[in-house]
Design a protein around this ligand. Structure first.
Ligand SMILES: [Zn+2]
Length: 131
């Protein structure tokens, strides 16, 4: 956990930052899938939590720290595979970790994007679900 830090992000709210260099294709985050919610109860969650709920192995998962602080970028430095986020390229110490939410099974899309990258799509739409 000391490899990752939660602090104020220039993208949105808080973000997850690396406290050391990660090599391309190294595992950066293992998803904590222990907090599940029934489909009926999703609508009872506060919006800020609800929008990050994702579907994994047939369960609706409420992300905990640090996953819940991950910000989206249209030019993300990680990719998701089998419940983990991997470095898409070398990530230097101090960089914010960003994920491409459009390719993860997140329920709260579409969402406005504030990533500020050159190729920003302005709205994050799901490539996984039909929203
Ligand atoms: Zn963007």
């Amino acid at each position: 956990m000391s490899d990752l830090l939660i602090k104020k992000s220039s993208i949105h709210g808080k973000g997850v930052f690396v406290n050391r260099t990660f090599k391309k294709d190294e595992v950066v985050i293992v998803w904590d899938t222990s907090h599940t919610v029934s489909k009926e109860d999703i609508s009872k969650l506060p919006e800020v939590i609800r929008k990050n709920v994702y579907l994994y192995n047939g369960n609706y998962i409420v992300p905990s720290s640090p996953g819940k602080y991950l910000n989206h970028s249209c030019d993300a430095n990680t990719y998701a595979r089998d419940g983990r986020d991997y470095a898409k390229r070398d990530i230097q110490k101090g960089e914010e970790i960003t994920i491409d939410m459009s390719s993860e099974p997140i329920l709260g899309l579409p969402m406005k994007c504030r990533c500020g990258s050159k190729n920003c799509k302005k709205v994050i739409r799901s490539n996984v679900f039909r929203c």
